[in-house]
Design a protein around this ligand. Sequence first.
Ligand SMILES: NC(=O)c1ccc[n+]([C@@H]2O[C@H](COP(=O)([O-])OP(=O)(O)OC[C@H]3O[C@@H](n4cnc5c(N)ncnc54)[C@H](OP(=O)(O)O)[C@@H]3O)[C@@H](O)[C@H]2O)c1
Length: 323
Amino acid sequence: MQYRRLGSSGLQLSALSFGAWVTFGDQIGRGVARELIATAWDHGINFFDNAEGYANGAAEAMMGDVIADLRLPRDGYCVSSKVFFGAASEPRPTQKGLSRKHVTDACHAALKRLRVDYLDLYYCHRPDPETPVAETVWAMDTLVRQGKVLYWGTSEWSAAQIREAHKIARAHNLHPPTMEQPQYNLLHRERVELEYAPLYAEFGLGTTTFSPLASGLLTGKYNAGVPDDARLGREGFGWLQRIVVGDEGERRIERARGFTALANELGVAPAPLAIAWCLRNPHVSSVILGASKPDQLLQNLAALELVEQLDEPIWHRLRSAAG
Ligand SMILES: NC(=O)c1ccc[n+]([C@@H]2O[C@H](COP(=O)([O-])OP(=O)(O)OC[C@H]3O[C@@H](n4cnc5c(N)ncnc54)[C@H](OP(=O)(O)O)[C@@H]3O)[C@@H](O)[C@H]2O)c1
């Protein structure tokens, strides 16, 4: 495993990390979840990503249970939660968003579900137009000073919103956001590569990026239709299928086919290749992987070696093939 600093902080995260969305508390059982965490840990992964909203809190409960069962040393791993969407299936106004109340309640609930005394990373899962940014920055700073959170950050905030949070923190001597959690893959590059570009030097912003395979699209598994047993074929995931496959103008399936054809030509599995492409970006602190089966995770871990093996002209061709 390779370890990278989370932006300009001193926290060293594994370059590949592992997240719970769709899988934990929903798609997979406890046995598979245990095997996945054990495999990740055995290969040097030290950051496990979660959120209050994943399976209405059941993802955090399953992860906490499995980590406790595996007896991972608390000082050897990092665990995250995210606040915004709420854990209730129909959240009341105080059970979602980024108000001081919900940010605080959600932190306490995540600590219980994950069975830890503090969260290493705690994210605002989306910006909240109903809460002044200053209220959220103060609430996060309080949790940090109470020792309940070590690093706080944002997920899918605009560069302007991140700047505003920093400005408030600087003015009042509060802890500013350390990291962002944006989507980043061969089909979705602009935010990480262009919009945030000035923030890396300006604030030492770290990034823990998600969906390196565009929910599986870049493995090629959807090239000829949607298999029932894959994420996009799952009941209730029609909304995600529409986003991932996109409309005709976006040509996302076509671009995924172009990418997988080139991977095949190179004799490399598309999944680790797409992940290696994310790892190549030095502004990425950690690429969060998702997997519903241990074999997928093992295949994806090969991305680390691919980064070293492939040369610049190949990366250029891969970028062009993905459109
Ligand atoms: N902050 C946010 O808003 C946000 C949003 C999304 C995700 N995240 C975080 O980022 C993590 C990773 O995101 P993601 O799960 O969307 O990542 P992803 O890598 O784009 O998709 C993972 C899914 O692709 C399939 N897959 C993975 N490896 C494969 C392989 N080698 N061969 C075939 N299929 C494979 C599996 O689904 P199937 O087997 O079911 O097809 C797996 O669950 C999440 O768990 C979560 O922690 C955060």
